[in-house]
Write a protein that binds this ligand. Structure first.
Ligand SMILES: *Cc1c(COP(=O)(O)O)cnc(C)c1O
Length: 381
């Protein structure tokens, strides 16, 4: 089976992990700050806070922006459930903004329209979480401007998009957002096995996220309610969690980050080649924006809804490990219980009925890619 994605682990990755295992620190040692520096550099943001997953980073980001009961967070229905769940962890409500059918990203116009209605009803969200589907940035200039106008904080879910760029700046530069989140799960662009990070330009937010990652504990006397009792002293000044990443994982992640540009270039070369090989077929190709360089975490094609399931199953039978991104979040039983249902976000539902993620990963050979295209074309006949 040709998988839809696959990590690339090399000897230098294994050596770096083994070095940590032989060192004094398995966690809370020097490897984590090194990883954070690599992430901040790649994102062109001054601060990075690494955590044990992007899910944790989303939760901490929401908490650091004081999301709580009575507040609401808006995201895209076309995402992994974690982009919405982070609000629920904080006791806040979730709502969704339908997508732009061409890119699968949150539609800036729908966002504008929904904000206008929400303002009238006194129901503006506190946070919006645009998700950079497949690695291509949302229209962050428009989304950021709207958020500013209505006083809404912005968390970019860039779990797919590290190494991508938008209007000439790396994704993560936070030009139009407060915080950007990355994931280092093995299917993503670079991996630390499990892992995630929050990057920001705001030193105070970074400090608070680092504190929330580790129980809400501070060792900084300036943050304490009184002078330290002694050199052993720390204070828990708010409620946080243990969302720390280990040095073992951070060492792997740092090695992977050194190959980020290589990975993104290879993914783009393969995506361009898919575009060419599939250009004269009935398959819908991923919509591209002129002002974005996608990291191409995924290559999502679109087929006729009534042939979708047959083609999907046929490809799996032919040894092509296709996948589907995403089942609309609002149609998950958990979100249906909260009042969402069929027809609420028609563009997301149509996307789900047509989308197939075909294999794309940096070690994919052109012969493998040709095999995928041949299988897809046979299924279309
Ligand atoms: C993978 C993913 C997440 C969660 O990442 P983890 O590191 O597995 O917690 C969140 N949002 C999106 C869009 C993702 O693809």
């Amino acid at each position: 089976m040709i998988p839809y994605g696959r990590q690339d682990i090399r000897k230098e990755d294994i050596d770096a992990v083994v070095d940590v295992l032989k060192s004094d620190f398995l966690t809370q040692g020097p490897a984590v700050p090194r990883f954070e520096e690599a992430i901040a550099t790649a994102a062109s943001a001054p601060h990075a806070v690494a955590m044990n997953s992007a899910t944790s980073a989303l939760h901490v980001a929401c908490a650091a922006l004081d999301l709580g009961p009575g507040d609401s967070l808006w995201t895209s229905p076309n995402t992994f459930v974690a982009s919405a769940n982070c609000a629920r962890y904080c006791g806040a409500d979730v709502d969704f903004v339908d997508l732009d059918p061409s890119t699968g990203n949150m539609c800036a116009q729908s966002f504008a329209d929904k904000l206008e209605l929400a303002e009238r009803d006194g129901k503006l969200p506190k946070i919006v979480v645009p998700v950079h589907l497949a690695g291509q940035s949302c229209e962050m200039d428009r989304i950021g401007q709207l958020a500013k106008r209505y006083g809404i904080r912005v968390i970019e879910d860039a779990s797919h998009a590290i190494g991508g760029a938008y209007q000439g700046k790396p994704v993560g530069a936070c030009e139009h957002s407060d915080i950007t989140i990355f994931s280092f799960h093995p299917v993503k662009i670079v991996t630390s096995a499990e892992g995630g990070a929050a990057v920001t330009r705001d030193a105070q937010l970074a400090n608070r996220m680092a504190r929330l990652r580790s129980h809400g504990i501070t060792r900084d006397p300036l943050e304490m309610t009184h002078e330290p009792d002694g050199p052993w002293y720390y204070q828990q000044i708010e409620l946080g969690w243990n969302y720390r990443i280990t040095d073992v994982q951070a060492a792997l992640g740092t090695q992977q980050m050194a190959r980020l540009d290589q990975y993104v270039a290879r993914r783009n070369a393969l995506a361009d080649r898919y575009d060419k090989l599939l250009s004269d077929t009935s398959v819908g190709l991923p919509g591209r924006q002129d002002d974005a360089l996608s990291a191409f975490h995924l290559y999502v094609v679109r087929v006729e809804a009534d042939a979708h399931r047959r083609i999907f199953e046929g490809l799996r039978q032919r040894g092509v490990g296709v996948n589907l991104h995403y089942i609309p979040v609002h149609l998950q039983p958990y979100y249906r219980q909260l009042g969402f249902g069929d027809g609420d976000f028609p563009n997301a539902e149509r996307y789900y009925a047509e989308a197939i993620s075909i294999p794309l990963f940096p070690t994919m050979m052109e012969e493998m890619q040709d095999e995928v295209v041949r299988a897809l074309l046979s299924e279309l006949e």
